[in-house]
Design a protein around this ligand. Structure first.
Ligand code: ATP
Ligand code: BTN
Length: 254
């Protein structure tokens, strides 16, 4: 048996903590004792968070809150690509379970019918030598009550995507496997194998959007991502690429 197969047959260190502040924070705090690939999931987050300190609404028992610790040998510079890689892995894992129609919004969201289904948050817990210690977290709405408050954009749940019951355990297992495989591939070959796959699932490919960067807004048509993970926008000046954590992409009409 090859080394790779041996590595894959080792069970993933896994914790289910029913109530937590944030699964990302939990793994960030205990990174010293973790093996790469370790996972934490929870039923409720008191302080679930999104990018730039925004709140991730995390009611009890109705969603998935999943984080994985990953030691990225390629270092911090490569971390930008992770939300893209993990996004592609999630959409493909859903497809393998027979769940179609989930799309990607650059750089870190999953959409269904133009509504937000899930978000990915990559955080760094420090650097050891050249390697970066990272935590990748995903919140996916599974069957969230319409009564929730605090979400300032259209959102949806997986129960709207599928009309037959699905198993949360099957989803968790499929996501963990898909993330690990995608992260290993990314470590070996970078974004190479992901650009085409991202573009296939991009919710806004060929559509007019605006990129919001602080006070600045740029309108254009999405032409996918490039090999650096930047979003390509066709504007009146030609095709331009944009990259960076401070950019928000929205439908042009929003
Ligand atoms: P950006 O493109 O700037 O990242 P974003 O809206 O995706 O835009 P994030 O910081 O990535 O912003 O995600 C946080 C946002 O997600 C919150 O401001 C809120 O609007 C939304 N949100 C919070 N909880 C949920 C949830 N459970 N389901 C769907 N959306 C949520
Ligand atoms: C976003 O769209 O901004 C990303 C949201 C990420 C939410 C997940 S839920 C599991 C993990 N723990 C957190 O506190 N955040 C991420």
């Amino acid at each position: 048996m090859s080394e790779k197969r041996l590595a894959q047959s080792v069970p993933t260190p896994f914790e289910l903590i029913p109530i937590i502040d944030s699964t990302n924070q939990y793994l960030l705090d205990k990174q010293e004792s973790l093996e790469s690939g370790s996972v934490c999931i929870s039923e409720y987050q008191a302080k679930g968070r999104g990018r730039r300190g925004r709140q991730w609404v995390s009611p009890f028992g109705s969603n998935l809150y999943l984080s994985m610790y990953w030691r990225l040998e390629a270092g911090m510079a490569a971390a930008m690509g992770l939300s893209l890689v993990v996004g592609v892995a999630i959409v493909e894992a859903l497809q393998e379970l027979g769940i179609e129609g989930v799309k990607l919004k650059w750089p870190n969201d999953l959409y269904y019918r133009d509504k937000k289904l899930a978000g990915i948050l990559v955080e760094m817990s420090g650097q050891a030598g050249g390697a970066a210690n990272l935590v990748i977290g995903m919140g996916m709405n599974l069957n969230m009550s319409e009564q929730v408050t605090g979400i300032d954009q259209p959102w949806t749940s997986l129960s709207e995507v599928v009309d037959t019951p699905f198993s949360r355990n099957d989803l968790v297992v499929a996501f963990i496997k898909a993330w690990q495989a995608a992260l290993e591939d990314y470590e070996l070959r970078g974004l190479h194998g992901f650009v085409e796959r991202w573009n296939q699932h991009d919710n806004f490919l060929g559509r007019e959007v605006k990129l919001i960067m602080g006070q600045r807004e740029i309108k254009g048509i999405v032409r996918g991502i490039d090999a650096t993970g930047a979003v390509l926008l066709e504007t009146e000046r030609g095709i331009e690429s944009y990259v960076g954590g401070e950019i928000s992409l929205r439908k042009a009409s929003d």
